[in-house]
Design a protein around this ligand. Sequence first.
Ligand code: HEM
Length: 146
Amino acid sequence: MSAVDAAPVPAAGPRILEWNEISKHNKRDDLWMVIDGKVYDTTRFLDEHPGGEEVMVEVGGQDASEAFEEIGHSDDARDLLKGLYIGDLSPTAKLGKAATKVAASVSSGAEAAKAKASSSGFPFFPLVPLVVVVAFAVYKLLELNS
Ligand code: HEM
């Protein structure tokens, strides 16, 4: 074997993966998942997972960050991830997720405000523009009087 053959393959940087590819790997015998923007091939690890196979298959081909964090996995579990790493989620896919999250939190905020308004028995929510108009009128009156 020549010296050239023995040389390590130069790192080409992480493999960038899109959801259309990742989502195909959602089966017991071919199972990927994304945790914090990194893609892991968990197929080999499946039958060793102390939490069982089922929970892993459920998040196969998807973003498992929340599920992974919710369990409160140990540092040992995080170390295991390194051996399963196969690439990074593409930056545009990450942005898409961030946008979805923002939209979801904005709408859930609005839903919460509505729920709050209706649960008090009085519809405060539609009154917001009225309050603004009244406040503006008072401000103008005070301005005229001064
Ligand atoms: C490749 C990703 C994962 C790895 C390397 C991993 C590793 C581990 C390890 C080492 C444990 C033993 C406890 C610990 O050390 O924290 C564990 C337990 C567990 N994991 Fe995972 N896990 C992964 C993904 C997931 C996902 C996605 C879920 C949920 C959907 C999950 C659910 C659980 C549950 C329920 C337990 C049992 C906790 C208990 O009985 O106390 N795991 N996992």
